[in-house]
Design a protein around this ligand. Structure first.
Ligand code: EPZ
Length: 426
């Protein structure tokens, strides 16, 4: 476990480049199993979740090597279809592997996935989708056993689940015949997965729309592919400018990647500006609250930026309502913010936030990845220092956040639990 000491009264200013997208890299890594040739990935983020996924791929027999900032995954040596319990239990996205392992080996055996404490994270849509592709699935003793030769079908998703859409895409690539996924999720990360699959020679089209079609083929081929930038990590640092009254530019962005966030930051009184590949946010006066914000599947306001906006609204003028429509318990950061002097009440999926002038430092806990990031933002803007426990949860999705914040003028010291020695990063 790791604790971070975040120094308050920061004003984040400067320019950073977007890291590679966690939520694009994870399904792409799972897709590497579909081709029996090496794939080379560029811009794959070095974070706990991708490292865990690489360990899982190695446990299945894949060879993983790094050459500079290129990651090479070679699944020619893959020969096992049983996913390891501990690693898969830690990683929600291990469930993506069901589709690709089943497609590659005709069998898959996985534990129920773990992940953030933001809801019960069922996988019924994943399993229903695989059953539509004629997989035989048994759930027994906390494990899922799948087998069978997959053949194409029409899959109607009750909910536009990102993971279920990706899992079915992966299973359909080498299935016999055509698969159509209706009510598919439209997130940009799904478009990135389609682009990777097409670069491997698979026939996938429609990603980014609610209808995705896959024409199954017997084999794909290796490729070199650059993972898209991480819109959520970028958005996090842009909220950092808003909450600390700073001026941050993030480069290496896809056009329009954070439009819904920028709309909200402008409503808070920030100056926002975009070029073809960069976004800038600057705040001068006091931030204004926003009456209503609702999270929705893409292109709605992203649930993965809800905690970060929550922190900003906690120090914005007036009362704001935040409604979390995607996950059933994604407000665990609220109680931690209250320890810092924030005023909020949670009524089921609705947060009522009354902005205060200033938060103060405290000892708080990161209960999940994005909630932990939200606490970092609040701590940077607060009066005094804040200790964040379980900061390893933040490292699941942010590449060296302490160094990025250091480059923007903030300061995060890693506290070593054992002897309490501080290692300052700049
Ligand atoms: C992906 O999770 C992302 N993770 C999440 O990011 C993101 O918040 C989420 O999509 C929504 O955008 C990765 O891509 C690795 P869902 P996923 O399936 O696939 C319900 C982060 O912080 N549901 O779209 O798990 C589910 O309970 C993480 O980077 C079912 O009911 O999200 C939830 O309420 C957090 N049955 C809703 O759908 C299922 O079979 C959305 O889940 C699957 C999901």
């Amino acid at each position: 476990m790791s604790n971070w000491l975040v120094h308050g009264n920061a004003v984040l200013s400067g320019t950073v480049s977007a890291q590679g997208s966690k939520n694009a890299a994870l399904p792409v890594l799972a897709a590497a199993l579909l081709v029996e040739e090496p794939v080379t990935l560029l811009n794959c983020p070095v974070i706990r979740d991708t490292e865990n996924m690489l360990r899982i791929l190695e446990s299945l027999g894949c060879t993983v090597t790094r050459e500079g900032n290129a990651l090479i995954v070679d699944s020619r040596t893959a020969d096992r279809f049983v996913l390891p319990t501990v690693l898969s239990g830690e990683l929600r996205s291990s469930i993506f592997l069901l589709g690709s392992v089943l497609s590659r080996f005709g069998e898959a055996d996985a534990p129920y996935p773990g992940g953030c404490e933001i809801g019960n994270r069922p996988i019924d849509l994943h399993l229903e989708g695989l059953r539509c592709l004629h997989a035989e699935i048994e759930e027994h003793g906390g494990r899922i056993r799948c087998k069978g030769a997959l053949s194409g079908a029409v899959v109607d998703l009750d909910y536009p689940s990102v993971g279920a859409t990706e899992n079915i895409m992966l299973a359909a690539c080498r299935a016999k015949g055509q698969t159509t996924i209706r009510n598919a999720a439209c997130e940009p990360e799904i478009v990135d997965l389609q682009n990777f699959l097409c670069a491997c020679g698979f026939r996938v089209r429609g990603a980014g729309t609610p209808s995705i079609t896959v024409d199954g083929i017997s084999h794909g081929h290796g490729t070199t592919y650059r993972i898209m930038p991480d819109r959520i990590a970028a958005g996090t640092y842009l909220v950092g400018a808003a909450i600390t009254g700073g001026d941050v530019t993030v480069t290496g962005m896809q056009p329009g990647a954070v439009d819904t966030l920028l709309y909200k930051l402008a409503a808070c009184g920030c100056d926002v500006a975009q070029t073809a590949d960069s976004v800038r946010v600057r705040r001068t006066g006091r931030a204004r609250g926003i009456a209503f914000t609702e999270t929705r599947p893409y292109p709605g306001f992203p649930t993965d930026l809800q905690p970060q906006l929550f922190s900003l609204l906690s120090v914005s003028d007036g009362t704001s309502a935040l409604i979390e429509n995607v996950f059933e318990s994604r407000f665990r950061h609220a109680q931690e913010l209250r320890r810092m002097g924030a005023k909020n009440r949670i009524l089921d999926r609705t947060a009522i936030i009354t902005g205060v002038e200033r938060l103060h430092g405290a000892q708080v806990t990161a209960h999940d990845l994005r909630g932990g990031a939200a606490l970092v933002l609040a701590a940077l803007a607060a009066e005094g220092d804040t200790e964040i426990l379980r900061a390893e949860r933040i490292e699941r999705g942010y590449e060296r956040m302490d160094s990025v914040i250091g480059r923007l003028g903030g300061s995060i010291a890693r506290k070593e639990n054992s002897i309490g020695k501080e290692e300052k990063t700049r």
